[in-house]
Design a protein around this ligand. Structure first.
Ligand SMILES: NC(=O)c1ccc[n+]([C@@H]2O[C@H](COP(=O)([O-])OP(=O)(O)OC[C@H]3O[C@@H](n4cnc5c(N)ncnc54)[C@H](O)[C@@H]3O)[C@@H](O)[C@H]2O)c1
Length: 328
């Protein structure tokens, strides 16, 4: 039997705290070479302004084997449909039987947040208390939740070019779980950054969203929004100022305009990248070294993150009687 899980089932089964713990372990598996994760293929449908991406991974010790399918069709909103659909198929590592097919939208947002949570745990100042979120969308919410899960945050600022989106974000996140009661909407990037200890950039912007000069010493940044070679949220100044830790150095060098554009400009070199998050977790690389340095976790998203989160979601859903069994 295959367990079908809707978005609301996934929401009930998957917590941020569990996800941070799982992803930390998953990154260790990645660093130890126990993850099989072929390069993700993408099929383009230009006449429909659409694309389909496929993200497979096996995390051996954890027994997680899954593939996420993500489609993005830009014409969908005109048809009253969301732009992006995602589903994860989880397979049994003993038999190959499909254990579960689940909604991938919420799962992606939680695992992307949780990965930033792990990075924040290892790279942000211990006493970080002010968080600034850029981009009040789906990812912004889980970035904030993850940051507040690993650090005692007492003040939150949110900036979005769409002020209404920022206001909705503030109303919906304030006081939720580990998030403090007050989430302040600010009117400029500079205002968001002044004195911020942890910053998350989770926008759809193709060009830099703030001036790297405005970052405070000691800040940690989670850069998650851009993952195409010609798009970037972070300016060259931010990249040059930062100690850069990637979810995967290879994947970031293939996809992250945040790094590729400064490299193209000659302002930055591949060898200036500090390393991968797995090496910081294992202690092979030192994380934060003082309260002055600017650290940046650059992520483009990795399939192993979906696989470990999907396995946990399936197990939790099964034990709680969630979802619908389907016999192929
Ligand atoms: N790194 C990863 O693993 C990963 C995973 C999932 C999504 N993403 C990426 O994260 C980005 C955000 O995704 P989402 O689902 O939250 O999108 P979304 O559409 O829900 O939200 C994006 C928000 O960014 C805002 N924005 C755009 N330009 C801005 C600017 N200059 N300054 C401030 N706000 C701005 C928009 O108004 C919008 O509210 C996308 O580019 C997506 O592809 C990355």
């Amino acid at each position: 039997m295959t367990l079908l899980l809707s978005r609301s089932d996934v929401e009930k089964a998957l917590s941020m705290e569990d996800s941070v713990r799982l992803l930390e372990r998953g990154f260790v598996e990645l660093g130890e070479g126990r993850v099989d994760m072929p390069q993700r293929p993408v099929i383009f449908l230009p006449e429909k302004d659409g694309l389909a991406g496929f993200m497979p991974a096996l995390v051996k010790e954890m027994g997680a084997l899954a593939i996420k399918t993500v489609t993005a069709f830009k014409g969908n909103p005109k048809k009253g449909l969301p732009t992006i659909f995602g589903t994860v198929t989880l397979l049994d590592t003993e038999t190959g039987i499909p254990l579960s097919i689940m909604d991938g939208g919420y799962l992606t947002a939680v695992r992307t947040g949780a990965a930033s949570g792990v990075a924040t745990k290892y790279l942000a100042m211990e006493n970080a208390s002010v968080a600034a979120i850029f981009g009040a969308g789906v990812q912004g919410v889980t970035q904030l939740e993850a940051i507040c899960t690993v650090r005692k945050i007492s003040e939150v600022r949110v900036f979005d070019t769409d002020r209404k989106a920022a206001e909705k974000f503030a109303k919906e996140t304030a006081g939720r779980g580990p998030v403090p009661d007050k989430v302040n909407v600010v009117g400029s990037p500079k205002e968001a950054l002044a004195g911020a200890d942890v910053v998350a950039t989770a926008t759809t912007s193709p060009t830099p969203i703030f001036d790297g000069e405005d970052l405070s010493p000691g800040v940690h940044i989670n850069g998650v929004g851009s993952h195409a070679p010609k798009m970037r949220e972070l300016d060259t100044k931010t990249i040059v100022r930062s100690k850069i830790v990637c979810d995967s150095v290879d994947a970031c060098l293939a996809e992250a305009g945040d790094l590729l554009i400064p490299i193209e400009e000659g302002a930055f070199k591949e060898s200036d990248i500090y390393g991968g998050l797995a090496d910081v977790i294992s202690g092979e690389l030192t994380g934060r070294e003082n309260d002055e340095e600017v650290t940046l976790y650059k992520s483009v998203g990795l399939a192993f993150q979906d696989a470990v989160t999907a396995l946990h979601t399936y197990q939790k859903a099964k034990s709680e009687g969630l979802g619908v069994e389907f016999d192929f």
